[in-house]
Design a binder for this molecule. Structure first.
Ligand SMILES: Cc1ncc(COP(=O)(O)O)c(C=O)c1O
Length: 500
């Protein structure tokens, strides 16, 4: 890939990232790759003849074009057609990445073959733009990770330092947002609607920033497809607007996108049009795209990748070279073989993805039909489900205004909730538990905010009347769970004590 005239974004690096020096032993190790047949008496790399593994095989579903891979795999049991991927110890005509190479140390970027495999995947779905000034395609590099949790927390370390402010949706994937709080990063919430982040709120927050609060926010964390927990997907128009605002206000965008491939079609028959990612129109190098195999292959794989400019890639590699070194070889081998010429290939992977998408869409529709039957009919008007266009979550509004003990206490004092929404939702959560149902309350996803910059006039506690429900599980779980929810809502809103 050719180079571009990119914007200098080095001022976004944290003090930690700037202070980190390349691992000197890794630098020497890299010299062994400088040319073929380099002799190394330098690093203590166990020789491949001592690995007690001669071959690794993975048996995977067939993605034959004549069948629907996911539904065949799910329903045909042990007789489901499959394909065997084999990594032999030495290079052979049947494998892309031999055991002896894969199981050796590599750099923080990951194994070059695995890097090439995910780069080809990214290229296929997120064509890098050409730079308007040079006409060159911008240069983007993949860094293998242990999944998006690992990737995002690493990025927060590379970008954030004590006293920094980061931006995110006011309800977001809090497991990761919370991770950088002990590092001294403070969160600034942005308002959202059914379509996700509201660009005008981003612009207003940045334009009205009071420097006495500290350095202007410089990182935007965003989940653009099937947002967790709200299920929203940003339209391409919003994405473009947000990208322009990122340029205007000099923001780095951390695009955490594990549900990209789970975007649903709007009609039953057609293939969905995947909304272009932020990466695909990033000419500046200010987008760090974060992808994962967790939701499209298996979460225990613990494998994903970051796509970024070479500048940020270098800093990610330096950080990884001095910590985990790189993700495990087994996952990288699996991906390399799966996507390579002896495995599914990119085309076959595309067939798997589109079949998986159809399966999740079927589950979503099943869930929403059940919701109508088991919740809306049993407890009319008390809860309203969202209809996600991607991902696996239904952000379900509990219509608390209809509860006899719902209370609005006049005008808000700064930062003090006006309603008893939070308390009622805690009570409802407990009632669901008593009924045998676990749901995710909205309070879990409230951004852990800097108290000074919370929406003081309009506290988030007054908007916590949501549950995140998932259709990722079995139909039986959905059936039983929604039955309990319908029953519990009915009793709760009638202000009846729970039935024993
Ligand atoms: C928005 C978001 N980011 C990151 C993750 C974690 O992904 P991974 O399993 O790749 O670490 C999840 C998983 O639920 C998620 O929803």
């Amino acid at each position: 890939m050719s180079c571009s005239a990119e914007v200098d974004l080095s001022h976004h690096l944290s003090a930690e990232a700037r202070a980190r020096k390349p691992n000197p032993m890794k630098e020497i190790w890299k010299l062994t790759k400088r040319r073929e047949n380099m002799i190394s008496l330098a690093n203590g790399d166990p020789h491949s003849s001592l690995y007690p593994i001669s071959q690794i095989q993975f048996e995977v579903a067939s993605v034959d074009p004549d069948c629907d891979p996911v539904s065949t795999w799910r329903t045909a049991g042990p007789s489901a057609p499959s394909q065997v991927l084999t990594s032999t110890r030495e290079p052979s005509s049947s494998c892309t990445l031999p055991v002896r190479t894969a199981l050796q140390y590599t750099t923080g970027a990951g194994l070059p073959d695995a890097q090439a495999a995910v780069t080809a995947l990214t290229r296929m779905y997120h064509q890098p733009p050409t730079h308007p000034d040079t006409g060159n395609e911008v240069e983007r590099v993949a860094t293998l990770t242990l999944g998006n949790g690992d990737a995002v927390t690493k990025l927060f370390r590379v970008l954030g330092e004590p006293g920094d402010h980061f931006l995110a949706d006011e309800f977001t994937f809090s497991s990761l947002a919370g991770a950088c709080v002990p590092q001294g990063v403070r969160w600034v919430p942005l308002r959202i609607d059914d379509g996700g982040l509201i660009p005008e709120d981003l612009d207003r927050t940045m334009s009205e920033w009071d420097e006495r609060r500290g350095r202007k926010p410089h990182v935007l964390y965003i989940v653009p497809c099937g947002q967790n927990p709200t299920g929203s997907t940003l339209t391409v128009e919003r994405r473009k607007r947000i990208y322009k605002l990122a340029q205007k206000h000099d923001l780095i965008i951390v695009e955490d996108d594990p549900y990209y491939f789970l975007q649903y079609s709007t009609s039953d028959s057609s293939e969905p049009t995947l909304v272009p990612s932020f990466l695909s129109f990033d000419v500046d190098g200010r987008v760090m795209r974060v992808d994962s195999f967790s939701k499209i292959l298996a979460p225990g794989m613990r494998l994903g990748w970051i796509t970024s400019s070479p500048f940020f890639h270098r800093h990610l590699v330096i950080l990884t070279d001095s910590s985990t070194q790189h993700p495990h070889a087994f996952g990288q081998m699996f991906i390399t073989e799966l996507l390579g010429p002896h495995g599914w290939t990119l085309d076959g992977f595309g067939r798997w993805l589109s079949s998986l998408r159809a399966e999740y869409q079927r589950r979503r529709d099943f869930f929403l039909e059940l919701f109508e039957r088991e919740v809306v009919r049993v407890a009319p008007g008390l809860a309203t489900p969202g209809r996600p266009q991607a991902g696996m979550f239904v952000w379900t509004r509990i219509n608390l205004e209809r509860h006899p003990r719902y209370r609005v206490s006049g005008t808000s004092k700064r930062g003090v909730p006006r309603t008893n929404c939070k308390e009622l939702m805690e009570e409802l959560f407990e009632r669901c538990l008593d009924g045998g149902l676990v749901v995710m309350p909205a309070s879990v996803f409230a951004l852990p905010c800097d108290p000074q910059v919370n929406h003081l006039e309009d506290p988030i506690e007054d908007r916590m009347n949501y549950f995140r429900l998932t259709f990722a599980g079995t139909e039986e779980a959905m059936q039983q769970g929604l039955e309990i929810l319908g029953r519990t809502l009915k009793e709760f809103f009638a202000d009846e004590p729970a039935k024993a």
